[in-house]
Design a protein around this ligand. Structure first.
Ligand code: HEM
Length: 489
């Protein structure tokens, strides 16, 4: 057994709720801010996660910032972060803005629901993303990965550098739409698809509204919001039609029972073992199909883009991963399901990428009632931001934390380097941990295996900085990759 750190033990003991609070939010350190607006002006539109992390380095693991007049508790200490995430849905919830904006779009799905509504959905939907179902989607993932390979082969022939994030966004749209409702939008192969454009508009609109300081759209009809409403209507019509068609096929067809093939169909037949009468309504299926598209696309695409970034900037890592891919795949160019599970070093590269470049570097929650975090009293309704990426960059959990060292995940780190995998929180933690993680990791293994067998990758311009940008999820900005075909490809 590993020796435990006294600071962690103390944190666990304090947050178990037994301790009486010794501090209030007003006692905590934090950036000074301005009257009325607090620290709002310091949060740059697409890099605000970096500001939170800068404050963390300046003020430590527990501090306070002000959004307008509202004080927000910010936490980066691992045991406290895990404790807050664990005490959901009873004590903490996702920030209310997410549910409010989603409700206006009739889209209260697993990500945005809270309390009992969330619990019911989680029980019914979680099993639809279990490995045995995800593995059933494997042929679709491989087919679309082949399309990505063709695209990058052409780029290699033309010696053209690629904006890989754009390509990977289209890749994950195609994979997720095929898996979610059986429609391959083939955005990789063709021009813009109307449905994809609608989805993009809906997701951007939701993001804009969740982050808006005021619900201005309830009073103003800006062109972007009218376009959002139209796009939402089109998406809603289509998905409700697909739900109705799937119900007809699954529940009324002649040769019963048909085997569900998509997430939408799995959701329709989902039943709770303990409460067989519980099932998802059409509105809940609609909300969750959209949720899967929203939660699964950008996160996976951004993670894959960051993996390519590390492979391209670390030739030693690329060489070792390539040696493994050659050994495991033999003559194949795209891993089989069984091979993708044996790509251990590639898996470690993915874990290390997620630790350093988590697509969701922080989570924004709210206290449901008066409570205590560590030794701090938190009043009902107060915002709580947990810095999940910062937790994974603390030297007491991951030695030499700023270095990209995939071997640490394979037991290859020197024993003097701390290694606490439970403090790697890219998929969150507790009862609301990401249910799509097996699917995301499978997509990463297949795509990276394909790249390693077919190409060598290099940064198109070693001098151009690749920066972090916070859109719906955290993504690399300015990443261009040059592909060179390998002799075996
Ligand atoms: C690398 C890719 C991904 C990353 C980094 C990621 C990350 C996350 C994170 C941080 C959360 C919040 C967890 C928490 O609150 O504790 C989350 C929730 C969620 N994710 Fe993922 N995710 C990824 C891929 C996916 C995929 C592929 C799907 C589905 C197809 C998915 C579906 C969801 C859903 C439905 C939730 C809400 C769960 C709940 O609140 O109960 N995610 N994800």
């Amino acid at each position: 057994m590993k020796p435990t750190c006294p600071a962690h033990d103390e944190a666990t003991r304090r947050s178990a709720g037994a301790a009486r609070p010794r501090r209030t939010l007003a006692d905590l350190p934090g950036p000074r801010g301005l009257p009325v607006i607090g620290n709002l002006h310091e949060l740059h539109a697409d890099r605000w996660h970096l500001e939170f992390e800068r404050w963390w380095r300046a003020f430590g693991d527990v501090f306070v910032v002000r959004m307008g007049r509202q004080p927000i508790l910010v936490v980066a200490e691992g045991e406290l972060v895990r404790d807050v995430l664990q005490r959901r849905p009873a004590v903490f919830r996702r920030t209310r803005a997410i549910e409010d904006v989603s409700r206006e779009a009739d889209m209260v799905g697993l990500f945005s629901a809270d309390g009992e509504a969330w619990r019911k959905q989680r029980q019914l939907i979680n099993p639809t993303l279990h490995a045995r179902h995800v593995e059933g989607f494997f042929p679709s993932i491989c087919e679309i990965t082949g399309r990505l390979r063709d695209l990058w082969s052409r780029a290699a022939d033309e010696r053209a550098a690629r904006d890989v994030l754009g390509d990977l966004m289209r890749y994950s749209v195609d994979v997720t739409s095929t898996i979610a409702f059986g429609r391959d939008l083939n955005t990789l192969g063709g021009g813009p698809d109307a449905l994809q454009e609608h989805l993009q508009r809906v997701f951007l609109g939701l993001n804009r509204r969740i982050l808006a300081p005021l619900p201005y759209w309830r009073y103003l009809g800006l062109p972007a919001d009218r376009a959002y409403d139209r796009a939402l209507l089109a998406v809603k019509r289509l998905i409700f039609e697909l739900v109705a068609a799937a119900r007809r096929e699954l529940e009324g067809g002649a040769d019963r029972p048909a085997r569900p093939r998509t997430l939408l169909e799995l959701m329709i037949v989902a039943r709770d073992g303990e409460n067989p009468r519980a099932h998802l309504s059409d509105a809940e299926v609609y909300a969750n199909v959209l949720t899967m598209l929203l939660a699964g696309e950008d996160t996976t695409a951004n993670t894959l883009a960051w993996i390519l970034y590390y492979l391209a900037s670390r030739p030693d890592v690329q060489a070792r991963a390539r040696e493994e891919a050659d050994r495991v795949l033999g003559g194949g160019l795209i891993p089989t399901l069984e091979q993708s599970k044996r790509l251990e070093y590639t898996g470690a590269v993915t874990q290390e990428t997620l630790r350093l470049r988590s697509a969701a570097p922080l989570l924004y929650l709210e206290a449901n009632h008066d409570t205590v975090v560590g030794d701090v009293a938190v009043p009902a309704g107060a915002g709580v931001v947990v810095l999940t990426r910062a937790t994974g960059r603390k030297p007491e959990y991951f030695g030499d934390p700023e270095s990209f060292r995939p071997e640490r995940w394979l037991g290859g780190a020197p024993p003097t380097l701390p290694h606490e995998p439970r403090m790697a929180l890219a998929f969150g933690s507790g009862p609301r941990v990401c249910p799509g993680r097996s699917m995301a990791l499978l997509e990463c293994a297949v795509t990276v295996g394909m790249v390693l067998r077919s190409f060598t990758v290099q940064l198109a311009d070693h001098t151009a900085p690749v920066r972090e940008r916070m859109a719906f999820a955290m993504q690399p900005e300015g990443l261009r990759i040059r592909f060179t075909k390998r002799a075996c490809a």
